[in-house]
Design a protein around this ligand. Structure first.
Ligand SMILES: [Mg+2]
Length: 274
């Protein structure tokens, strides 16, 4: 009895593992839509230099008055951005910066021209979901989105979790740990996040995204675009590293690829394809 139960469990595991491993963004639309299912569009945004016209981590790092030692600087190369930024947040505390001052610095970052309006206009269509996938952190993104009243348009924000402790020290946690994707940092593979989101929407909510738009500027924004299908669009900000890497390495893409400068370009490119 026990061995037959184990055999059934094994078959189920193989079935579900196989089902999961066969999911990919390129073939998602070939899945049959359940009777209670819905077709929608998805627009996924990076945050730094895509929604806001600066890098939130750099803006805050530039507040530090203490010397940033070589040991701290080396952390970035050795262990990645998360440990480095955690040390920067300790230094900010040491320099006497409060939560309120850090909040002010983030709120003062301007939008990339036209992005706030674009969020609203995409939301107004009624058939578009917006998500943000960012290697910044949950505190900075919430500060900015609340201040600019755009959080209501965003279905989900995927980023490194952060919180202020009772002493106003900002504490940071990696989103996840990954070693498969060399385009992304160890703490966040944006392609995996996008794929997991789309699969969960299909399997859990019967929502099929028949077109995905991915918008970014950095090298880690290339991974999600490589995973998209021929009905989708990848957008690289003009003059930034994503566009330069794509120009020099010219990777094979199924998705249509466009260069963007601001929210007005994006509006035109997206709205003629939804
Ligand atoms: Mg960026």
């Amino acid at each position: 009895m026990q061995s037959s139960a184990a055999a059934v469990l094994f078959v189920l595991l193989v079935f579900f593992t196989g089902k999961m491993s066969t999911f990919n963004l390129k073939e998602r639309s070939s899945r049959e839509l359940p009777s209670n299912g819905t077709h929608r569009k998805l627009v996924a945004f990076d945050f730094d230099h895509t929604v806001v016209d600066d890098n939130t981590d750099i803006v805050v790092r530039d507040l530090v008055k203490s010397k940033i030692t070589d040991e701290v600087t080396k952390l970035y190369k050795k262990s990645g951005w998360i440990l480095y930024m955690q040390e920067i947040f300790y230094l900010l505390h040491k320099d006497g910066f409060t939560k309120s001052q850090i909040k002010d610095a983030i709120e003062a970052i301007p939008e990339v021209a036209g992005l706030k309006t674009l969020f609203k206009e995409l939301n107004d269509t009624g058939n578009v979901d917006i998500i943000v996938i960012s290697d910044s952190n949950s505190v900075f993104i919430k500060f900015w989105c609340d201040h600019n009243d755009v959080g209501k348009y965003i279905k989900h924000i995927y980023t490194n979790q952060a919180h202020f402790n009772d002493d106003d020290v900002l504490l940071l946690q990696p989103f996840h740990h990954q070693t498969e994707c060399c385009l992304s940092s160890e703490n966040l593979c944006k392609g995996k996040v996008l794929e997991d989101f789309v699969r969960n929407q299909q399997d859990g909510c019967n929502v099929i995204y028949d077109r995905i738009f991915y918008i970014g500027d950095g090298v880690n924004d290339i991974c999600p675009v490589l995973r998209l299908g021929d009905q989708d669009f990848g957008f690289a900000r003009n003059g930034y590293r994503m566009q330069k890497e794509m120009d020099t390495k010219n990777p094979l893409l199924d998705a249509k690829f466009e260069i963007w400068n601001n929210g007005f370009d994006l509006k035109q490119l997206i709205f003629q394809n939804i």
